[in-house]
Ligand binder design. Structure first.
Ligand SMILES: [Zn+2]
Length: 153
């Protein structure tokens, strides 16, 4: 699915944002991750990229809701253009599309490590930033298909 990379593209800079997750209860339903720009304005929410947990995202443990939280957050941080499968446009959550991992170009080894490193330890409310996520991603997985994506200073 991926061409050998002989020439790496120039780094891509995305605006830094802050992610703030809140959940209503211990169940997977009702968990919401809001996105704020650098002025503190609410600019959206993180879409749930379902694979392990159809009921929704969750954190503070290492289960299926946390796995979906990890892949959804990573997808938002690197941006739809890089995260979404170009064949199914990110719509396949059943595993039928052979070009992706349930709609995303993010392998389980990546989002599961993110889950165990961060998501599993988050409290009821958490805050992180695109800069923190991309910094971790590019140092842990320098060989990924999107090595040059960084948050704006
Ligand atoms: Zn696909």
């Amino acid at each position: 699915m991926t061409e050998p990379m002989t020439d790496r593209p120039a780094p891509i800079t995305l605006p830094d944002v802050t992610y703030r997750g809140q959940r209503q209860s211990d169940g997977a339903g009702g968990a919401l991750i809001s996105v704020y720009d650098q002025d503190g304005e609410l600019v959206g929410t993180v879409a749930h990229r379902a694979k392990h947990s159809p009921a929704g995202m969750n954190w503070g443990y290492a289960g299926s809701g946390a796995a979906d939280c990890a892949r959804s957050l990573l997808a938002h941080a690197i941006g739809d253009r890089h995260a979404l499968c170009p064949v199914c446009q990110g719509t396949d959550t059943s595993g039928r599309c052979e070009s992706c991992e349930a709609g995303l170009l993010i392998a389980p080894r990546i989002y599961q490590r993110f889950k165990f490193t961060f998501v599993a330890g988050w409290a009821t409310v958490f805050t992180t930033t695109r800069r923190e996520i991309l910094g971790w991603l590019t140092s842990e997985f320098p060989d990924a298909d999107w090595p040059g994506i960084q948050a704006a200073p």
